[in-house]
Ligand binder design. Sequence first.
Ligand code: XLS
Ligand code: NI
Ligand code: NI
Length: 434
Amino acid sequence: MQHFNCDKIQYEGPSSKNPLAFKHYNASEEVGEKKMKDHLRFGAAYWHVMRNELADPFGQGTAHMPWDDRSDSVENAVSRVDVFFEFLEKLGIEFYCFHDRDIAPELNDLAASNDALDKVVAKLKQKQAETGIRLLWGTACLFAHPRYAQGAATSPNASVYAYAAAQVKKALDVTKELDGLGYTFWGGREGYSTLLNTNMKRELEHLATFMHMAVDYAKSIGFDGPFYIEPKPREPSTHQYDSDSAACLNFLREFGLMDSFKLNIETNHATLAGHTMEHDLTVAANAGALGSIDANTGDTLIGWDTDQFPTDVYLTTQIMLVVLGMGGFTTGGLNFDAKRRRESHEPIDLMHAHIGGMDAFARGLKVAHAIREDGRLAQFLQDRYSSYDSDIGEKIEAGTTSFAELDQYALNSGEPSLASGRQEMLENLINEFI
Ligand code: XLS
Ligand code: NI
Ligand code: NI
């Protein structure tokens, strides 16, 4: 039975007028050394595709999901898997991500929830084997249930902490069972609503202990994919500890977790943190810790995590410049952590949404590759710092000078003459390629 009213989406090229075709994403086309699909490694989010009913704080869900009986039964959960794989195959998306509670219901107690999870995982495993589609990363939902209202690994209540640990232990088991490539921590409620009732120091130490136990457990079951932390500054908490790349890296370094963790950077989270996406990507990449990307975008007029599909080629170009600059993804990919607008309630809108995101990234990839081949941008950057390649600059970089020597240098050389930053010229250069 078909749940999406379309055939497999094909590449028809830029002149196609077919809304259900790729205009730019041509999976097997080579860009540089690799096929487009291997550069981009698209993933789809189970929570948005299968579970997001498109509610907002002012109104109930609008999404039509004719395959879903809206019950918490395991049968319903298992039958969603077929729909999801139909969706993935029709788009040619080779990876996916889930939270434990997206794929299977949370039942009356932990043991029953674990059993339900196992049943759905068996079905996912079968579909993965049939299709070759892979789990990009798994995660546990530690923010929806009321027990986690005050945090999970940062809860003031040790029994809640233990429950969260049990849930992550099981989520790691099923991620391993499905041969998942990574495991993500997004700490939506690992933060606070007010510092009046919060011992930040103890909470952060508890969080670090939790992550160390996760690393130890992963080792014990032979799960060797990286862990990712996904930064986000706020929403649902007023302040979240993993607020941006820099805060996450500081946490990982302070608590000795850098070897096991990388970051999963989400566009709309970076902008909520007051950064550009390329800023947070660059901070992560500079630390050798850019693992994966949650591809979406925010809205300039709405201050929430609106999780829109990325359609802006300027944005995807900037993202792909960083990704190509670090030599591409290894275990990570571009996971569309994005949802349709509430007004786009038909199943076919899921197709339109992902086609748009995939085409936008295909263009960003091609543009970024062309900019790198052209070389002028890289050359400008290299020239801009060339005073550090010799003489006093070289000594500064080598750490072989001192304030006394620099003082002498400044006294002898007089007023420095500064070259232009040429921002506008560089912006024009980017637009030559877009
Ligand atoms: C929420 C996050 C979440 C993570 C996975 O804002 O983006 O969806 O990606 O827990
Ligand atoms: Ni995300
Ligand atoms: Ni998000």
